[in-house]
Design a protein around this ligand. Structure first.
Ligand SMILES: C[S@@+](CC[C@H](N)C(=O)[O-])C[C@H]1O[C@@H](n2cnc3c(N)ncnc32)[C@H](O)[C@@H]1O
Length: 284
């Protein structure tokens, strides 16, 4: 059987069991330790028995044991970087890559060339903090999380990419002490407590990374009500949030920052996903 035939067969199996077809190529790349373009050069070559065996052990866990492929292979690609992940961190999502991209645009528009202090609250795997630090050398990035286990993974990623991010452990704003930031970003847990969550997520990803109180907005209230002392005179706050929370979140932003411009942007699926607060004078 060629690689192409094997991939087609396994993708069909994934589809029939309601799983992601993309897991097949991801897993093959992981086993062979090669990139997609190299895999495609092998499409008409015969599959090696050893590869098939190794593939099937992991793939069966994916198909029949309700495990995310990213945890099984131990990495997840975010902003072009292969982040280490395990059961202690949320698997980075595509929408969050868009948040990173928008922050980089806004840095260029409002802070270009300046050294800026950035804080990523609730960093998980460190995907936001580390991508920002790698993409923009003028960003001095600090990242926090309440979970020691998550920070362990974030620190491994920081070492893997030599990103130079500083990590602090603690509850929301508590570890920030007397620091001040130009940019504060957070993708906090934001699923409302009563919302149905698919089994693959609920049974595998850390609950502490998922739920954001009764209405999913608990952590935005904590951040927005207390963040002022940690902001420089001109500062940008950037959030990812649930697609149906634009109005409620904007209202909380305006309650604590009545004089600031508040902007919500859609993700690539057309859903309201990111809200920004421009604190201080952005016309300077
Ligand atoms: C939705 S995950 C986001 C992780 C990462 N920023 C990302 O975008 O993939 C939320 C993170 O918030 C952390 N967290 C939960 N409660 C917290 C708290 N009270 N203070 C700080 N971090 C908290 C969790 O440990 C988890 O890593």
């Amino acid at each position: 059987m060629t690689y192409q035939e094997f991939i087609r067969q396994k993708e069909r199996l994934a589809e029939e069991t309601g799983k992601e077809e993309s897991a097949v190529v991801l897993l093959l790349e992981h086993i062979l330790k090669i990139e997609t373009n190299v895999l495609y050069q092998r499409l008409f070559l015969p599959m090696e028995e050893k590869v098939i065996e190794e593939f099937d052990v992991i793939f069966n866990k994916y198909l029949y044991e309700n495990k995310p492929i990213q945890y099984l292979i131990g990495t997840s690609c975010f902003y072009g970087y292969d982040f280490i992940v395990n059961e202690n961190v949320l698997i980075p999502r595509y929408e969050t890559e868009e948040l990173v991209e928008h922050i980089l645009y806004k840095y260029d528009a409002y802070f270009k060339g300046q050294k800026v202090d950035v804080c990523d609250i609730a960093t998980g795997s460190g995907c936001i903090a580390i991508s920002l630090a790698l993409e923009e050398k003028n960003m001095n990035v600090i990242a926090t999380d309440i979970s020691e286990e998550a920070l362990e993974v974030a620190k491994q990623n920081n070492a893997k990419f030599q990103a130079g991010v500083t990590f602090l452990q603690g509850d929301m704003l508590e570890p920030l002490r007397d620091r001040k930031f130009d940019i504060v970003v957070s993708n906090p847990p934001y699923i409302p407590l009563t919302e149905e969550v698919m089994a693959l997520v609920k049974d595998n990803e850390p609950n502490i990374a998922l739920y954001g109180g009764e209405d999913g907005l608990k952590f935005y209230r904590i951040i927005l009500s207390g963040i002022k002392p940690y902001l420089k005179k001109k500062a940008l706050i950037a959030f990812e949030h649930g697609f149906d929370k634009k109005e409620e979140l904007q209202e909380i932003c305006r309650r604590y920052f009545p004089d600031s411009f508040v902007e919500t942007l859609k993700d690539l699926e057309g859903k309201d996903r990111m809200t920004f607060v421009y604190v201080g004078d952005f016309d300077e």
